[in-house]
Design a protein. Structure first.
Length: 276
């Protein structure tokens, strides 16, 4: 998809001071960056700043593309000398954000129309929410969507759902930065850093809600099934064990959660054979 660079337009910034936190690493492409930034550029309301972490070495073409977008978006670019992983990059980036509220998405994701304004509107109308997410649609080649993920909206349903599945789509979240930092930020886990973070958030009394609306289009590549297969079941089990240790679930709920995850990992392993 070709991106046409336009002159800076007169963006509307919200009354709530916000940041957008993004990271890029060696496997990301210029096409992904352009699609992501173009979707941000088309929003009616922009974050006041975009904290962009380059997690280790990247291709020269990627660095060049990022520099181009600095002319059109409120980008603040920071580079780590070596790849430290997503959790480290996001925790580092959170400390660099200067605003109370932070949007999250991945560099290969695409914002739905008015994503930022929809979430800001909820934050402006509610004082008892600390993390706000929404639904996603998945694509391999944009805009050909092949699936989606709908999550529960009420706090009560989110707590119930969390016992067995991740209750938030990470790329859609908008959170209170100080409260996330106060509970330790993203845990340094190999997988499921976001799931573990939501568990810790609820354990520490934070309020989570979801919007019943598609906020982000998430890229799913051909390697997704192998990444979610049986080889990673050990790491996928950590959130369920964490909930049991923190008395969020009982032993029976732990077994159900592990069984459901094992079944899903088995399905992904089998699917990866035919999808590769």
């Amino acid at each position: 998809m070709d991106i046409t660079f336009q002159q800076k337009k007169d963006y509307k910034f919200s009354g709530v001071k916000t940041s957008l936190l993004l990271s890029v690493y060696i496997k990301n492409t210029t096409e992904e960056i352009n699609l992501c930034f173009d979707s941000i550029h088309k929003q009616k309301i922009l974050p006041d700043e975009i904290i962009f972490i380059i997690d280790g070495p990247v291709e020269n073409s990627v660095s060049t593309e990022i520099k181009k977008w600095c002319e059109f978006l409120p980008l603040k670019v920071f580079k780590l000398n070596e790849n430290m992983g997503l959790a480290h990059a996001l925790n580092y980036g959170m400390k660099l954000c200067t605003n109370d509220w932070v949007f999250r998405m991945d560099i290969d994701d695409i914002c739905a129309t008015d994503r930022f304004s929809k979430q800001i509107e909820i934050i402006n109308s509610k004082t008892d929410v600390d993390i706000l997410g929404g639904n996603i649609l998945c694509f391999e080649t944009f805009p050909n969507f092949f699936s989606g993920r709908t999550v529960p909206t009420s706090f009560k349903d989110i707590k119930r759902y969390m016992k067995f599945r991740n209750p938030l789509n990470h790329s859609s979240v908008f959170f209170n930065r100080k409260k996330i930092i106060d509970i330790g930020g993203y845990p340094n886990a190999r997988l499921g850093q976001d799931y573990l973070l939501w568990i810790n958030a609820i354990k520490n009394g934070l309020k989570i809600l979801n919007i019943d609306d598609v906020l982000v289009f998430m890229k799913v590549d051909k390697n997704i099934y192998s990444r979610r297969g049986l080889r990673n079941f050990k790491y996928d089990s950590y959130p369920y064990i964490s909930m049991y240790k923190n008395k969020i679930t009982n032993f029976f709920e732990l077994l159900i959660g592990l069984f459901l995850r094992l079944a899903y990992c088995t399905y992904c392993s089998i699917r990866s054979i035919f999808y590769s």
